[in-house]
Design a protein around this ligand. Structure first.
Ligand SMILES: [Zn+2]
Length: 280
């Protein structure tokens, strides 16, 4: 599932492509994933985009906003002005306007925004802009990993007896990060994923905090990870999957100690990758 770097990339590209565009019409081809009345957004102009955890918000100039979570396989693809090339990733199954295109937003100036979703777990919701932060799924989010300061981060760690990886996966404690980047950050900070969060001392907490920033920054630089269906709104794929540190590297020799093989096990139901020699 897309995490902070992927959703941040969606947010930034949608801001670049959509800001200043007016929505001319909305063709909802699948009612189940679209909540609210699309008539409320027709004729309105996009003024900015925001991100709350893994939710993207597109604010319009008539006090309405489009909220969306792409979940496993949702894809926003834009065609129109400001696009350097119109190349399209093979991960856009069925193409644009095909059987997996569930919503088409037609914009002025020849712009079109497609929402494709093969598995259909993603959703789009129309909400009043001043009600966005009262949405329960936004209200319950913990502080964003790119915005939380170290003092608050270490306080969150010190309050839990759960293992550190499960804690970081919990969006109500820290929002935005998920399995790929957490695995890489734990390896980079040499911390065992099974460590009880409150057992981390200040030095270890700071190493983990810095490692999370390092991997998220790398994720952003590479436009996210296109492990499953993730594509960026310009129709391309992210590249972080080619630069992971430990995620997906089971059976390979650890790049730090160069002696021990990376192992994979399941923790809280999620694939966990680690070096038993380096991570304490
Ligand atoms: Zn190692």
């Amino acid at each position: 599932m897309p995490e902070l770097p992927e959703v941040e990339t969606i947010k930034l590209q949608l801001n670049k492509f959509l800001s200043g565009h007016k929505i001319v019409s909305v063709d909802v081809r699948n009612r189940k994933i679209f909540l609210g009345d699309e008539k409320r957004i027709v004729g309105a102009k996009v003024i900015r985009t925001r991100r709350f955890g893994k939710v993207t918000v597109i604010d319009l100039n008539n006090n309405n906003s489009i909220l969306t979570h792409v979940k496993l396989t949702g894809q926003f693809i834009y065609r129109g002005p400001n696009l350097k090339t119109d190349s399209l990733s093979k991960k856009v199954i069925g193409g644009l306007g095909g059987p997996h295109t569930l919503v088409v937003f037609t914009l002025d100036k020849g712009g079109v925004l497609y929402y494709n979703d093969v598995r259909r777990f993603g959703w789009i919701k129309i909400e009043k802009t001043d009600e966005v932060e009262n949405e329960s799924f936004i209200k319950k989010l913990g502080p964003d990993m790119l915005k939380v300061n170290f003092s608050d981060f270490s306080k969150i760690l010190s309050k839990t007896s759960r293992n550190v990886k499960t804690l970081l996966m919990d969006q109500s404690k820290i929002s935005g990060v998920g399995n790929i980047y957490i695995n890489d950050a734990l390896w980079l900070s040499r911390i065992n994923p099974k460590r009880i969060a409150k057992s981390l001392n200040k030095t270890e907490s700071k190493l983990l905090f810095d490692a999370l920033h390092t991997v998220l920054t790398a994720g952003l630089k590479y436009g996210g990870a296109s492990e499953l269906a993730f594509v960026t709104p310009d129709g391309k794929e992210g590249e972080y999957q080619n630069h992971t540190l430990v995620y997906g590297h089971q059976g390979e020799i650890c790049k730090n100690c160069k002696t021990t093989k990376i192992e994979k096990f399941f923790l809280g139901g999620r694939g966990t990758y680690w070096c038993s020699l380096c991570q304490k």
